[in-house]
Design a protein around this ligand. Sequence first.
Ligand SMILES: O=C(O)CCC(=O)C(=O)O
Length: 261
Amino acid sequence: MVTEEHKQQLDRDGYCVVRGLFDEAETGPVRARMEELWNGYHDYGWPHRHLQTWDPEDRDTPGGNYRSGSLQLPSRIEAVFDDFTGNPKLVGAMEALLAGPVKRYTDQTIFKPSVFKAGRSFYHQDSFYWKLRPKVCLNCWIALDEVAPDAIALGFLPGTHARWRIQFHEQYWDQVPQHGRDGKTYQRKRIALDLVDDSQEDLISGGPGDAYFFTNYVWHRGEPNLSGVNRAAYAIAYQLDRDDNLLSEEEFDALMDGAPQ
Ligand SMILES: O=C(O)CCC(=O)C(=O)O
């Protein structure tokens, strides 16, 4: 599935897209379970370490529990997610692109319900959060629905990884803030808007099963959902199977551009 062209594009642009890596039999159960969670079909109390929600008090759902949105590390709580994140095709693609044996780093479902027209994320680098060395980890964002500019498509600024530097991120509030693991709303982080040249953006439409691989240093973002129906994706990160992938605080600071003094 992974070709020389994918490897070259990942090197040059910081991302590549493997179309149709997963089939409907693989994405279908995951997507269906996410819709059930949104409809309150679960028995998870609140706050919950893995679940996020817009309104924990709203239990007026078909399933009788609160609406869950995105999930952090869902592979730890339900087999349907664990099976998906460990899919041998994904592991094989990661090993081909990272050029070595790999182990899972993290996973996250991305659920953008139509009702809030929300979910826009702004340009960021995963390594600002993860503090991983250059070239040791890749994230893979898998479309679980049709994705397009009005429907959660992922955008990249090609080549922004090339110096293997980390840009300082500012904090901001989502248009509709979500509640996280401690039950409180939380802020997100982004690269300051005046540093972004939108004209250089690759905004990439796709369909269920398409897999977008990218380095933790490339600048990327996700569109909101204006399409009128719920849309979802699943991000799964793998790292090289070795012990020294994490940057020390000093190494992280040395890679940082634009930090306030
Ligand atoms: O889908 C999005 O809004 C952003 C996803 C993302 O940034 C990621 O998975 O690292």
